[in-house]
Each structure stands twice: as structure tokens, then as C-alpha cells.
Design a protein around this ligand. Structure first.
Ligand code: MSP
Length: 663
């Protein structure tokens, strides 16, 4: 007999701050997939965890005045920490790995040494562009306008003695893995990896650091700590007992290679290029698939603490229920694409699908069974012409749902189930049970109608179990459905429920939400959060006493400086943007032509104070697409930071011609 196993993972999250709805999104999706596979009878291993080393955490801990270990312990194990959040969200993980766990630390040292002994890790000098917040090195060609391509912040030149992994050695094998197989999903992500990263030439990867100490020490070279990706990526194997004895080696043999790693699109590069190359070096089998899911944004922007637009899953789960939130996340956004989170959408989805369609169907069915038959349906039942359509829909449901789930298309799988739920609601209208109830002779027909509804609900609920674990249990209890009829097999076809089903009306599992009231409350909370973020962003202390040490950029030659073309420009128009509170859209005349510059000064400058003024711009900055390419900013307004966190703009005399060179 085939022994079916399924190994699925989430990324291990950085415990540098409390997790938000974006992390919850990925974890809920992974949980739904794990539950679905268990439902199908697979022996599932579902791994999640936290990625606890690195400069950022070292810095955050120092700011908080605690050790890095205390800092991560609090975020992971503390009240409302990572583990609490997963408990709240009903996440059924089998293992939770922390990269500070002793067994992982020891295993990483062994892995590092093995790759070193093989010659795939060697010592060299790293010179590169480093983005501190992202802890990522980039090559010159990957920078966007000289900044980090991920977060848009400035990078610094970094140089230090470091160990390197021979990534280049595996470039062609990795390339064919991506191009010739289904390894990376969705397929649309393959092009980006191949064209942006592999084809321009894969450079060897820096895998150790000496500039910070919060990491796994390279045990044969004191001073070096293993730098992020070896430590982080091998978690998927160490948590199965690879190179350690915390877990039996048999787990590794049983579950490796992973069936799928779910990861956000920003770390697809690490999972689809670096990870396979490292596994090739270790001569281990490769995971079967990496799926790069999209981002949840808010108001069209990336969620971030400094923007004050981070959505807190605790607040939503506590207000609307864990299952409603889980459902919303997977029902609304196609997993492979970006989505825009909004409170309106959340409430609308809960009210439409859960309260109106599913909740109502259940409460109407159980209420009618109680009212007309005292809860237990008689077994003498009469078929009717309306039945065939509903039965056909139910019989076709499981394979259709399965096909979507196998593609990780949660949204489509749920759409299949909700189409059948809508069909059942229509069946109520077609059969009008309240009319049948008036006539004793129609009772067998009425019983059959209620049976059909209960059975349709049962099949739908079986398939909803991965998404709504808690509420399905309650709904099954109301339908009198025991565990034997909650199985995958029992959802294959209509009719497993015994005719004399015993139903009872219980609590309303999905009460309707008062949309206006809730939206007002959520908006007020969000505004408060924004105000707090803005206050935190603007330090009020006087400059002279608390001036932060100046951050110097590297020395440049006169020739390099001469490459920067700064000119006087006339602001011909300035306007606020509906897409962003931070940016002003300026139309400036540079002496030759008008150009558009988007400038992040809206907080401090009103459009009318700029129009007609002569300002300084950097004129030869490469044009930069912004707002998903809707605008192209063609240059930069020169402005100075002020001690209170604002910005000061120098104006030139009105009679100075636009286009005058500044040097
Ligand atoms: N520690 C690394 C991952 C190492 S995996 C070997 C890391 N951590 S993270 O805390 O930044 O988490 C990133 C993951 O969280 C994303 O890849 C994604 O799965 C999820 N998300 C974080 N913010 C998100 C959104 N706004 N939207 C959707 N998912 C998001 O990277």
C-alpha cells in the first residue's frame, strides 16, 4: 500500500517585531494545505518557526536594553508572541523550530564545515553593497537607483573578510531546474529569477560575517558567524533531525524532500536559487516545489510600522472570530498574486459568504428540521424534479475542489464550495419547503428537501474543514454528523448521510456584522496607529543636545561628483496624490523641458508653497517607476533634513534661469 506523506513549511519569520496579517496569511495558507492533506489521509509534517539571528535583532535588542536571546524569547514565547498568535489562529503545526535551538546551532556548524571541507565554502574578501535593514548584499547591477531593490533604502559599501559559498558552480544546474521543471510556482516567477539573477551571472554568496556577533559561530574560525541564509534555509532539514539527534534521523528519511515550501515573493530568490544550490552541494535531494505567494498590502502600500498601516491579526480575530479571518484571507486573494487588504472587503466577505450564504443555509435547514419534524427527518422521503441539479453539483464538487487545492488555488477551491452553497440556497427557493409544510401529503417531499440540504451542507463542510476547523465542528454537531461522516471519502458523493438524520438548531455560527459600526471602529483604530507612528517618526528633542552621530557616505573622487548633474528648476505645478499621503507630484521645468518628480515632502510642504519657486534638482538620476509603474519620477528634489524630522527646501532667486547648473 502506498504510504502517503506530505511535508510542508512556512518561512521561518524574523522575530524582530510582532508578526502581522501578512505573516498570518502565509501561515494560514500553509495550515489549510496541511489540514487538507491530513483530511486526504496523508501523514503530514507541517513545520514553521522563527529565524532569530542577525544584525537587525542584535540592534533591536540593544535598543530595548535586553540581550538578543531575551528579546527573541519574548517575541516568540511571550504574551501575544508568535506562538500565541498561531495558537489563536488554530495553526496545526507539527514542529516549531527556532534557529537559536541548540540542535539547530550544532547542525548548522556541521553543515558549514561539510561544505567547507568539500571546497564549496572558501575564505575571501567581501566587497559589496549591503542593505542593513534587509540584511542583503546586492550587486551593483541589482540596485534600483542606487538603492536596495527590495526596500528602496540606501545601501552602504561593505568590505570584510568572509566565507563564500560557490553559488556560481551550481548556476547552470539551478537554471535548468527552474526552466525545465515545475520546481518554482507560480510559473510566472521563473522569468524574473532567470533574467534578473541567473543570466546576469551568479556571484558566489557571502555566508559569514565578522561585523556582528549574534549568529551561529563558525566553530573553526572564531570571529565569524554564519550569515543568514545557511542558518535559515537548512532549518527545513534540521527540524527533521538532519545532522543532529534532537529528532530521529528517520524523520528526515521519511519526510525529506519537502513537498512544498510556501514563501513570500520577496524570498523566492533565496529559495529557488540559493537553496537548491546548497542542497546540491550537500548532495541532498531537492524540495519538490517552492511556491512564491503574493503580498498583502494596505491602501496600495506595503505594510510597515513606520507607515502605521500594519494590520493586527489579534484585533480582527478577536472581533470577528478566528475562522472568519482565516476564511477571508484565503477566499479573497489569489495566493500567487498581491492583494490589497481592506476592512471593507473583510466585513463584506464575512457577511456575504459566511453569514448570508453558509450561516443562513445551516440555520434555515436546522430550524426547518426542528419545526417540521422535531429535529429527526422521517426515512419515508419523496424525490422531486428539483433534486437532480443539486445532486449533480454536489457529486462534481470534490474533484473540482481537489484540482484547485492541488494547485494551491485556495480562492478557487473555496469558490467551488460556495457555488454549491449558493446552489443549495437556490434549491430552497425552488422547492419552497414552507409551502410543502402546509400539506400533510407533501411531508415525504419536505423530508427529502431537508435531507438534500443537510447532505449538501455536510459535503461542503467536509471540504471547508481545512479553512474553518472550529466552526465546521460546531456545524457538524448541529447536523448530527459524527466523525465517520466528516471524512474525505465521505465527501466523494452525495448520499452518505443516513436518511433519518437528526438535526438541531444551535448558535448562529456566523453572525452578521454591523458593517457601518465596525468600519468606523476599525478606521478609528487605524488612525490612532498612524498618529502614533507619525509621532514616533518625528523626534522632538532639540538638535544641538541630542544630534545623532552623522552617518557619512564613502569618499568619492571629484570625477565621481562631477557625474551628478544638479540644476535649478522651476516648480510649475505641485499637487497632492490620492495614492499617497507622503508624496507630492511636482511638475518642474529644467530649462529644456517639463518633467515629473514625486517627492516625499507632503507632510511638511503644501503644494501652494512650492508653485512658482526655483528649486534644486538632481537632473540625471535614472527615471524611477513608482506606484506600480503608474508614475515615473524623473529626478530628485534637493532638500535638507531638519532636526525635528521635517525637511527644508532651498529656494533660488526668482530671476535665476531654470536650468542653471549647480556645482
Ligand atoms: N526570515 C526570513 C525567511 C527565512 S525562510 C528560510 C524572512 N522572515 S520575515 O519575517 O520577513 O517573513 C517573511 C515572510 O512573511 C514572507 O516571505 C511572507 O511569507 C510573509 N509576509 C510578511 N509580510 C507579508 C505581507 N505583507 N503579505 C504577505 N506575506 C507577507 O523573510
Amino acid at each position: 500500500m502506498e504510504n502517503k506523506r506530505f511535508y510542508i513549511t512556512t518561512p521561518i519569520y524574523y522575530p524582530s517585531a510582532k508578526l502581522h496579517i501578512g505573516h498570518t496569511y502565509c501561515t494560514v495558507a500553509t495550515d489549510a494545505m496541511a489540514r487538507y492533506k491530513r483530511l486526504q489521509g496523508y501523514d503530514v509534517m507541517f513545520l514553521t518557526g522563527t529565524d532569530e539571528h542577525g544584525l537587525k535583532i542584535e540592534q533591536k535588542a540593544a535598543e530595548a536594553g535586553v540581550t538578543p536571546q531575551q528579546f527573541v524569547d519574548d517575541i516568540v514565547e511571550g504574551e501575544r508572541g508568535v506562538k500565541d498568535l498561531w495558537k489563536l489562529m488554530d495553526i496545526s503545526y507539527d514542529r516549531f523550530i527556532r534557529t537559536t535551538d541548540d540542535y539547530h546551532v550544532a547542525a548548522i556548524q556541521r553543515i558549514f564545515k561539510k561544505m567547507y571541507d568539500k571546497g564549496d565554502i572558501y575564505k575571501g574578501t567581501y566587497k559589496g553593497k549591503y542593505c542593513t535593514p534587509c540584511e542583503s548584499f546586492w550587486t551593483e547591477s541589482q540596485l534600483v537607483n542606487g538603492c536596495c531593490p527590495d526596500c528602496g533604502r540606501p545601501v552602504i559599501d561593505a568590505e570584510e573578510e568572509a566565507y563564500f559559498f560557490r553559488l556560481s558552480k551550481y548556476a547552470s544546474r539551478v537554471r535548468s531546474l527552474l526552466v525545465d521543471t515545475d520546481f518554482l510556482q507560480p510559473r510566472s516567477r521563473v522569468n524574473e529569477m532567470v533574467h534578473n539573477f541567473i543570466d546576469p551571472g551568479l556571484e558566489d554568496l557571502c555566508v559569514s560575517r565578522t561585523s556582528f556577533s549574534w549568529g551561529i559561530p563558525v566553530d573553526f574560525d572564531p570571529g565569524h558567524v554564519v550569515y543568514v541564509w545557511i542558518d535559515a534555509l537548512f532549518n527545513y532539514t534540521t527540524a527533521l533531525g538532519f545532522c543532529n539527534d534532537r529528532y530521529p534521523q528517520a524523520d528526515f528519511t521519511k519526510f525529506w524532500p519537502a513537498d512544498v515550501h510556501f514563501v513570500g515573493k520577496e524570498i523566492v530568490r533565496f529559495h529557488s536559487i540559493i537553496w537548491p544550490a546548497m542542497l546540491m552541494s550537500m548532495e541532498l535531494p531537492l524540495p519538490k516545489q517552492v511556491f512564491g505567494h503574493g503580498w498583502l498590502n494596505f491602501g496600495g502600500e506595503k505594510m510597515s510600522k513606520s507607515r502605521g498601516n500594519v494590520v493586527d491579526p489579534y484585533v480582527l480575530a478577536e472581533r470577528y472570530g478566528v475562522d472568519a479571518l482565516r476564511f477571508f484571507l484565503l477566499r479573497t486573494f489569489p495566493f500567487g498574486s498581491d492583494g490589497n487588504f481592506s476592512n471593507e472587503l473583510l466585513i463584506q466577505t464575512i457577511n456575504t459568504d459566511l453569514a448570508n450564504d453558509l450561516g443562513n443555509l445551516l440555520s434555515r435547514t436546522t430550524a426547518m428540521a426542528e419545526k417540521y419534524f422535531g429535529g429527526t427527518l422521517p426515512s419515508g422521503q419523496a424525490e422531486g424534479p428539483e433534486d437532480a441539479g443539486l445532486l449533480a453539483a454536489v457529486n462534481a464538487l470534490r474533484p473540482r475542489y481537489e484540482a484547485e487545492m492541488e494547485k494551491y488555488a485556495f480562492q478557487n477551491a473555496l469558490a467551488e464550495v460556495f457555488a454549491v452553497i449558493a446552489r443549495a440556497n437556490k434549491y430552497i427557493d425552488e422547492t419552497a419547503p414552507w409551502v410543502l409544510a402546509k400539506n400533510e401529503a407533501d411531508k415525504p417531499r419536505l423530508a427529502r428537501v431537508l435531507y438534500d440540504l443537510a447532505e449538501t451542507l455536510r459535503v461542503c463542510l467536509v471540504l471547508l474543514r481545512p479553512f474553518l476547523p472550529g466552526t465546521c465542528e460546531k456545524a457538524f454537531a448541529q447536523l448530527g454528523v459524527g466523525e465517520d461522516l466528516q471524512t474525505w471519502d465521505s465527501a466523494a458523493a452525495f448520499g452518505a448521510l443516513p436518511a433519518a438524520a437528526a438535526l438541531h438548531k444551535g448558535e448562529n455560527i456566523f453572525p452578521r456584522i454591523d458593517a457601518a459600526k465596525e468600519l468606523a471602529a476599525l478606521d478609528a483604530m487605524m488612525n490612532e496607529q498612524k498618529a502614533a507612528a507619525e509621532a514616533a517618526e518625528a523626534p522632538a528633542a532639540p538638535a544641538a543636545e541630542t544630534a545623532a552621530p552623522m552617518e557619512h557616505r564613502p569618499e568619492i573622487s571629484y570625477d565621481t561628483f562631477c557625474k551628478v548633474e544638479m540644476r535649478v528648476a522651476e516648480v510649475r505645478a505641485a499637487e497632492r496624490m490620492k495614492e499617497s499621503k507622503k508624496l507630492l507630484k511636482l511638475t518642474v521645468f529644467d530649462g529644456e523641458r517639463e518633467r515629473c518628480i514625486l517627492s516625499g515632502i507632503a507632510k511638511w510642504w503644501a503644494p501652494e508653497d512650492l508653485t512658482g519657486k526655483k528649486v534644486a534638482i538632481v537632473a540625471n538620476l535614472a527615471p524611477r517607476p513608482m506606484m506600480q509603474g503608474k508614475y515615473v519620477s524623473e529626478g530628485m528634489l534637493v532638500a535638507a533634513d531638519t532636526p525635528d524630522g521635517g525637511c527644508s527646501i532651498a529656494f533660488y532667486p526668482a530671476d535665476l534661469p531654470a536650468g542653471s547648473l549647480i556645482h
